[in-house]
Design a protein around this ligand. Structure first.
Ligand SMILES: Cc1cc2nc3c(=O)[nH]c(=O)nc-3n(C[C@H](O)[C@H](O)[C@H](O)COP(=O)(O)OP(=O)(O)OC[C@H]3O[C@@H](n4cnc5c(N)ncnc54)[C@H](O)[C@@H]3O)c2cc1C
Length: 475
């Protein structure tokens, strides 16, 4: 455990009083247990991050509801050199919103107004829960192009600053694709915080940057026309038949779909609420397809000897169960509940994904459980590209070295890996615009007070380096 005294910046009682004047007494939190809770996200997802980040927390937390409150809090932080870590729904699983240097957690869930839905674009504040945004745009005939499987808890600002892809990505790609993010409006952390607007491709400079280079105060996102999505669960005892059906449907662009998850039988027992649909020993597929295609797909599956265990017709508003809450990163969550001691990786695959994943399993027998999602890549000229399989394997956790060995062997097989066991932005997969993101950092945050420590490379003011715990440079 890291001692919290190393690199821990306290918020003094005088500053607490100033904060209370800005946001009201009840919106400044100093009670240790509450501050501890507000300092943590889903970092425990990774056993590596769990031990590394457990001891870290803010000195105080503040809840803001308006841009004016946020502006005043940021100006105060600038005057007093307080680190600021932003917090949305706190479902990030890389420890993105855990403060490494104490200071202030700023909870933005109160900034939750949807400002406009017009011409296929939604303009929104960052604290809106994704589920509420999806419901609001559906009422106007639109839907989000991409949702995280944590859509109930996560905020749209947190998704843009900390997430990457999800439900819908099989058609639309990840958040960074297809101009999905039209505009990001940021507030800088300066003596007098300024608004900074990034349009179209420039908006990616503030995408997936963990709140290190400006505070998102407004977002414009492109939407898709709403479809009526049926949910279908298909199972079968033979992995290769189930995988072949999934692959055919995944690559068929004529079938509009939002979700296609392919999982090995070993996941079945951990999805407790869905047991009645998951015969023991069966591999399975979750599908969300446009209702016009349901009947044909069900027939096709049956003709191939597969078992269609449920068809949940489209309903509005959506209600439980939602198969998407058992896909993407949720498979790891359910496995963890049933079998503590497991963890996961994120591996980008190619057309030979079944063969290569079999080789990975053969090298680490009994330790790797296969879960594939599918995501559309970027084509030439920003057009939609091909659908690409992504492997989110659940792995028995042995040690950090063992995880590294799996990633290294995957690399030998030509499989690109993203390390989800780091909280450092520059150690995870770097965005193509990482250099531009870094440049933006010191334009929007000249003192380096926004989520300090999450970026370790590039220029860093000596004052910031002095504030950071020593372990940041050694682990
Ligand atoms: C079970 C499980 C399933 C998941 N599934 C998915 C998935 O399908 N797809 C996916 O991409 N991710 C997934 N995630 C990760 C995470 O849930 C999502 O990325 C989520 O959308 C993050 O939103 P949040 O509001 O919880 O963000 P938070 O965790 O609160 O914050 C994420 C990052 O954004 C920063 N931030 C928050 N608000 C702002 C703001 N206004 N301005 C600037 N920075 C800000 C925070 O400081 C932090 O660094 C999953 C995680 C879990 C535990």
């Amino acid at each position: 455990m890291m001692p919290t005294t190393v690199g821990f910046v306290p918020v003094s009682p005088d500053l607490v009083a100033e904060l209370q004047l800005i946001v009201g007494h009840e919106h400044v939190i100093t009670a240790e247990a509450e501050v501890e809770t507000l300092s943590k996200d889903c970092y425990w997802y990774s056993p590596v991050l769990k031990s590394r980040l457990e001891a870290h927390r803010a000195s105080a937390a503040v809840k803001v509801a308006t841009v004016d409150e946020l502006r005043a809090v940021l100006a105060l932080a600038f005057r007093h050199d307080l680190p600021v870590t932003l917090r949305g729904g706190a479902t990030g699983n890389y420890g993105q919103c855990i403060p490494l240097c104490g200071g202030l957690v700023v909870d933005v869930t109160g900034m939750d107004r949807i400002l406009k839905i017009e011409d296929g674009v939604v303009t929104t504040e960052p604290g809106v829960r994704v589920i509420n945004l999806e419901r609001a745009v559906r009422e106007q005939g639109w839907e989000m192009r991409c949702l995280p499987s944590t859509w109930v808890k996560s905020t749209i600002g947190g998704f843009i600053a900390g997430g990457s892809a999800g439900i819908g990505s099989i058609s639309w790609g990840g958040l960074r694709h297809q101009g999905m993010i039209k505009r990001i409006k940021l507030l800088t952390l300066e003596a007098e915080p300024r608004e900074r607007v990034l349009e179209e491709a420039d908006a990616l400079q503030a995408f997936h940057t963990y709140g290190t280079n400006g505070v998102i105060i407004e977002l414009q996102l492109r939407l898709a026309p709403a479809r009526r999505w049926d949910q279908i669960a298909i199972t079968g005892p033979d992995w290769s038949s189930v995988a072949a059906f999934a692959t055919r449907v995944a690559y068929d662009d004529a079938i509009p779909k939002r979700l296609l998850s392919l999982l090995e039988p070993s996941f079945g027992a951990s999805f407790k609420p869905l047991q009645k649909w998951l015969p023991a020993g069966h591999a399975f597929i979750w599908l969300e397809v446009d209702e016009a295609h349901t009947e044909r797909l069900v027939q096709e599956a049956r003709q191939q000897g597969l078992h269609v265990s449920t068809v949940i017709p489209h309903h509005e508003p959506k209600r439980q169960p939602m198969l998407m809450e058992y896909g993407w990163n949720h498979s790891t969550l359910w496995m963890l509940k049933a079998h503590p001691g497991h963890t996961y990786l994120q591996l980008g695959m190619g057309a030979d994904f079944l063969e290569k994943s079999a080789r990975l399993q053969a090298r680490f027998p009994g330790q790797i459980h296969l879960h594939f999602e599918f995501i559309r890549g970027n084509g030439p000229d920003g057009k939609l590209g091909r659908v690409i399989p992504v492997l989110i394997p659940v792995i028995e956790f042995v040690s950090e070295d063992h995880l590294r060995a799996v990633i290294d062997y995957a690399a030998e097989l030509g499989i690109a890996g993203n390390n989800p066991h780091t909280c450092y932005l520059d150690e995870a997969a770097r965005a193509p615009e990482f250099a531009a993101q870094l440049a933006l950092k010191y334009q929007t945050d000249p003192k380096g007070l926004l989520n300090p420590g999450k970026i370790r490379s590039g220029p860093m003011p000596s004052s910031v380096r002095a504030m950071l715990p020593r372990f940041l440079f050694t682990t």
